[in-house]
Design a protein around this ligand. Sequence first.
Ligand code: ATP
Ligand code: MG
Length: 435
Amino acid sequence: MKRVMIGDAIKEGKGKVQLWGWVHRQRNSNEMAFIVLRDASGIIQCVIKKAEVDNESWIAATKANVESSMEILGELKKDERAPTGFEIVAEKVRFIYKGDAFPIAKDLSPEFLLDVRHLWLRSQYLSSIMKIRSTVTGAIHEFFRLHGYFEFTPPIFTPAACEGGSTLFEVKYFENKVYLSQSWQLYAEAAIFALEKIYDVSPTFRSEKSSTSRHLAEFWMAEMEAAFMDYKECSEVAKDEVQFIVKSVLKKNQEELKILKRDVSKLEPAATKKFPTLTYTQVLKMLKEKRGLDVKWGKDLRTIEERELMSMFDTPVIVTHYPKEIMAFYKPVDAEDKEAPRPVAKCFDMLAPETYGEIVGGSERDTDIEALKQALEAGGEKVENYDWYFDLRRFGSVKHSGYGLGVERVIAWICGLENIRDAIPFPRTMDRWKP
Ligand code: ATP
Ligand code: MG
């Protein structure tokens, strides 16, 4: 008989099926055994009656440790009492591989679960997140391809910083030293002269020196870059992309959101409403007037300020025009802005609602070589490392913009996670790089 996935068997709702999977739960009395079997598509309860199966089946059913792999043949029936509303009345039960005693039971410490991450991945909790992660990255590819963008892949070994030297990971490169990529941006800026509209979803590395619930040392960034585009149009693309992602998850992952106990009503506004845009200077005013929070003009928004701001909204919000003095070297000054006391940049962040904060960072890119050199020097970078980058301004320069979306930040928000660690299969942080 051919193997059937549990999800397909439940959809069919009746008939004789052969299942292959892993033991999720097991209990038995003298006459009856219950195995909840799990495969990638779901779980189902199987009943094994001693009087109705061969001896080998009865032994397998009663001796099965959690996570043993098994083959179960039986008749699918509706049963209101079973966890998924259906039950298998088993005719034959066989081990595929009898597992040792599984080390994960209930109520274990988060640190232990990280130590056995390779096994904890099988939990309904993590596998639901990984299914949602697959929808999120799939939606990103779909969104950009629908809008005429080419996928463009950047190098991961890079000779210089993009986002400032302090978070670079150094790697021995034969007799030299290079760094792991902090962003594809400088390379994307080279590629727009050939392809105009490009995107990627790539691994990104930053040696973040503090442990927070929203920073990883290795994460995935989905970036875009487009020729002839200003920062305003670019921020609209970011809004559309995030809305597209949320809609996709709401459409495809209701089951997983339920397992995660996510309050879906908190996500729905992001799928339907327009996201507001504010300037940094307006945000400081709102924080002062509505929350009595005093942020000195020129300071970056800290987690607590982002949280206070976002408690006033139910959709993501775009914040534009941060002070030039705290921005990366490539973000140009907006000379037209008259609202701010000091120069501001043509840049934007997108902040997620609830407590999630920044999920996207983007900007127009400076096309003035002198301004770029000054900003690099002010940041302590070696200007000569960027000579190739200035070529992009020398040969047919055009206005262009781009942004990066933190894939795990978006997943953490959509899934309602307490910590970004669970948004990636094997998290890497300052104090965690195993298994
Ligand atoms: P933050 O201020 O939160 O550290 P950033 O300003 O350093 O973020 P950008 O350089 O703008 O971030 O990167 C673009 C996006 O990549 C961010 O909006 C965020 O979603 C994501 N991101 C940045 N750093 C990390 C990290 N260490 N772990 C996970 N995601 C990150
Ligand atoms: Mg950062």
